[in-house]
Write a protein that binds this ligand. Structure first.
Ligand code: AMP
Length: 123
């Protein structure tokens, strides 16, 4: 999928629309989701033009990839869920119902999260 420079996260990165920033480094930005589904619901995005993990992992530099991963951990710590626990989700593509075509990871937390997406009986 080609990158749409008019998507809402591209506009946040260009400063055209505001966000409630949680954390930022040279390669990534974390901010509160505008429609939180949990007490803590933060999004972490790379600053580069990537739609999904497929193109990010194939095309982003080692520094960009490291910066993005570092920002996810730092944002989890900054928003206060590191001790209690949190869930990371990244919707990629149509089947996953990705709404914004700029790579992002959701951080959910702030209370016990219902459901286990991967249940391994007997382990
Ligand atoms: P996804 O379905 O994984 O693409 O999720 C996109 C997320 O972006 C949703 O949780 C939206 O609430 C969130 N979102 C959309 N616009 C904004 C915005 N301007 N600021 C913060 N979050 C947003």
């Amino acid at each position: 999928m080609s990158y749409d420079r008019h998507n809402v996260f591209a506009r946040i990165l260009r400063g055209e629309i505001p966000c409630k920033k949680v954390y930022e480094n040279a390669h990534a930005l974390a901010f509160h989701d505008i429609n939180p589904l949990m007490p803590v619901h933060v999004l972490v995005i790379p600053k580069g033009e990537y739609v999904s993990f497929v193109d990010f992992s194939a095309q982003a530099s080692a520094e960009e990839q490291a910066g993005f991963v570092q920002a996810i951990g730092a944002a989890a710590k900054a928003c206060g869920v590191a001790a209690g626990g949190y869930r990371l989700i990244a919707n990629n593509g149509a089947d996953a119902h990705q709404e914004v075509p700029h790579l992002h990871v959701h951080i959910f937390g702030g209370k016990p999260i219902p459901g286990r997406m991967i249940k391994q009986e007997g382990r």
